[in-house]
Design a protein around this ligand. Structure first.
Ligand SMILES: Cc1cc2nc3c(=O)[nH]c(=O)nc-3n(C[C@H](O)[C@H](O)[C@H](O)COP(=O)(O)O)c2cc1C
Length: 205
């Protein structure tokens, strides 16, 4: 039985399309696999920005850490423990100013930890969180999968790079895009996402 970790990050609460469809994927996989599901809502409980205490604390021996460093490192350790415990990770991200929501960036700043989630091998960096399946839902007002705006997608491409850097290379992307282009575009984006999710859940079963 697999354990699923759902990571959501949109500040738009019930209006969020990335949260809606990431939740649909996580719950759909759970229904099919009978596995367990835990939720990390980064918008409701945003991680702090990383601090000097975190940067120094994570390279210090545990017994040498100051109380402030212990607290800072514990936040990162909890996120990493959640990742390690998961067989399947589902992430929802809604574009904010061409990038990812800042709580999701802060989460990556915590979980991207040298010698814990990535190392340096003979041929360069090597991700250490291997063997997990990731579903990434990215929601955007504009269309970025193709066309004139594609070079300005600093969300999906960056997320794929960050995930790969820590070893999460098996990633299935679902885009919900073009939603600022009017009600018909919203309906089409939702229908496309629903069809994509039905297809991937059929394969996951
Ligand atoms: C503060 C803010 C900034 C946004 N910036 C962009 C942007 O730069 N490019 C874009 O295509 N859409 C932008 N959008 C639209 C969102 O990406 C779109 O509404 C998406 O569905 C948000 O994800 P969510 O539905 O999961 O909240 C922005 C929305 C908000 C609220």
């Amino acid at each position: 039985m697999s354990h699923i970790l759902l990571v959501t990050s949109s500040p738009r609460e019930a209006d969020s399309l990335s949260t809606r469809f990431a939740t649909d994927i996580a719950e759909g996989i759970q229904a099919r696999s009978g596995g367990s599901l835990s939720v990390r809502d980064l918008a409701a409980n945003p991680p702090p920005h990383i601090t000097s205490a975190y940067i120094q604390g994570r390279v210090a021996s545990p017994e040498d850490r100051t109380p402030e460093q212990v607290e800072a490192v514990e936040i990162a350790q909890q996120f990493i423990d959640e990742l390690k415990a998961a067989d399947v990770i589902v992430i929802g991200s809604g574009m904010i100013n061409f990038g990812l929501p800042s709580p999701l960036k802060a989460w990556f700043d915590h979980v991207t930890w040298p010698r814990v989630t990535f190392g340096y091998g003979d041929t360069g960096p090597k991700g250490l969180l291997t063997g997990k399946k990731v579903y990434l839902v990215t929601a955007t007002g504009g269309v970025f999968s193709e066309g004139a705006w594609a070079p300005f997608d600093f969300q999906t491409n960056y997320l794929l790079h960050l995930l790969g850097f820590i070893g999460l290379t098996d990633v299935q992307v679902v885009r919900v895009e073009g939603t600022v282009l009017g009600p018909d575009a919203v309906n089409a984006a939702v229908a496309n996402a629903e069809a994509a999710i039905s297809a991937l859940l059929a394969k996951a079963a």
